[in-house]
Design a protein around this ligand. Structure first.
Ligand SMILES: [Zn+2]
Ligand SMILES: [Zn+2]
Length: 330
């Protein structure tokens, strides 16, 4: 029987089932338990002078309910010392610290859509980064009302922000956050590290909702965000090195929701707005991506074994298939 991927290109800091993999990388769970995540990052960081990218899965759960084994949706791409954050689910700042990332090096933040599992800590991440050591502007990108959300967050925490500006001498926070609202697919941002492109995806009733493609110096990485299958996403992901894609197990959903008062309505939403595990492999195949990384697992409670996801997806995709876990580095 084929097994979920657990090769040397990735490690997780939280999954104790990955003991052998960590040992192969010269790491121990004890070392990780002491918070020695920077050492972990150093192990997987290429050493030559070419700009290489790292993809870190910060949170791989789906849905707003806090989970025991997975944090809320968030990812980071690191190019050189610069960090690009994709989605800000609850706990994103702490997950970044656990991954050994310097909050002061956040360069841009991208929100796929305004469901709270993806944006609950949008303001918190920026505030906590500033209270750590952020001193440089951060561009933020996402659907409306991103500008209003930014204003309201700064207003909500104005008391604390004012105290830290006057008492601790921190630079004013408001000018450091530069929100950009995006309403349609196409080029989003381009700097010396990455070119970012968005595509409209279908995630009813949330609109607009976006998938993002990051063309880095060494490879391309695409995030589906939350989406049901669409040609837009396939075109965005065309030929990408990595596709990070959401997934849902509808049979497991039926068992979970059968006793809930809103069962029929919830089931209809989930089916209309997400991608069944029977179809995600076909999407990756149609797009011709090299590696498919599953994340945003629904349902998350009770947890579904990796092998179940793997066996449902692998028959439809010949490339490398990875079942995502929090703090996995690719
Ligand atoms: Zn979601
Ligand atoms: Zn959503």
């Amino acid at each position: 029987m084929e097994q979920p991927y657990s090769g040397s290109a990735c490690v997780t800091a939280v999954d104790h089932g990955r003991r052998r993999l960590l040992q192969a990388a010269g790491l121990s769970l004890a070392a990780l338990a002491t918070g020695n995540a920077r050492r972990l990052a150093a192990v997987v960081t290429p050493t030559n002078s070419t700009k290489h990218s790292r993809l870190i899965l910060l949170g791989t759960a789906g849905g707003p309910t806090p989970k025991v084994d997975r944090s809320a949706p968030a990812n980071a791409i690191v190019v050189g010392d610069d960090i690009y954050v994709i989605d800000c689910g609850n706990g994103v700042a702490r997950q970044m610290v656990k991954a050994g990332l310097d909050l002061g090096r956040i360069r841009d933040v991208f929100i796929t859509h305004h469901h709270s599992d993806h944006d609950a800590d949008y303001g918190n991440l920026l505030l906590l980064a500033w209270e750590t050591d952020l001193k440089t502007p951060v561009g933020t990108y996402g659907p409306p009302p991103l500008k209003r959300m930014t204003e309201l967050f700064l207003e909500m925490d104005a008391y604390d922000i004012h105290i830290r500006e006057t008492d601790e001498g921190r630079p004013p926070l408001a000018p450091l956050i530069v929100p950009h609202e995006i309403t349609h697919g196409g080029p989003v941002m381009h700097d010396d590290n990455v070119k970012v492109t968005a595509a409209l995806v279908q995630h009813p009733p949330v609109t607009p909702a976006f998938a993002y493609r990051f063309d880095c110096p060494d490879r391309s990485i695409v995030f589906s965000g939350d989406a049901r299958p669409s040609q837009n996403l396939i075109e965005l992901a065309r030929g990408a090195d990595i596709l990070v894609h959401e997934v849902i197990d509808l049979q497991a959903i039926d068992k979970v929701v059968k006793d809930e008062a809103m069962a029929t309505r919830l089931r209809q939403h989930l089916e209309a707005a997400h991608t069944p595990m029977s179809e995600v492999g076909q999407i990756a195949t149609k797009a011709g991506v090299k590696t498919l990384v599953l994340n945003h697992f629904v349902p998350g409670t009770p947890p579904i074994p990796d092998q179940v996801w793997y066996d449902a997806v692998k028959p439809h995709f010949n490339g490398r298939l990875i079942i995502g876990h929090d703090l996995m580095v690719l």
